[in-house]
Design a protein around this ligand. Structure first.
Ligand SMILES: [Zn+2]
Length: 73
């Protein structure tokens, strides 16, 4: 296993994920909130909008989109 840097808090860890085990819980919660928001929103919602409405940073939202963790916008 190689050391990786957590995409959320910046600490070093060994795992196949992008984030450390502390941040995995936060990621899961964010993804849950985002998906909830997306299904109840009109189409063509922007990342800016999502970030402002959910309080989740655009950096994290972009990462979730890349990882296909949230529904297509
Ligand atoms: Zn972390």
């Amino acid at each position: 296993m190689e050391f990786k840097r957590c995409a959320r808090c910046g600490c070093f860890f060994t795992s196949a994920n992008d984030v450390c085990c502390n941040c995995e819980t936060k990621d899961r919660q964010d993804i849950y909130n985002l998906n909830n928001y997306i299904v109840t929103s009109p189409n063509n919602i922007s990342i800016d909008n999502l970030s402002a409405s959910t309080g989740i940073s655009m950096k994290n939202i972009s990462r979730f989109i890349e990882n296909k963790a949230i529904s297509n916008l």
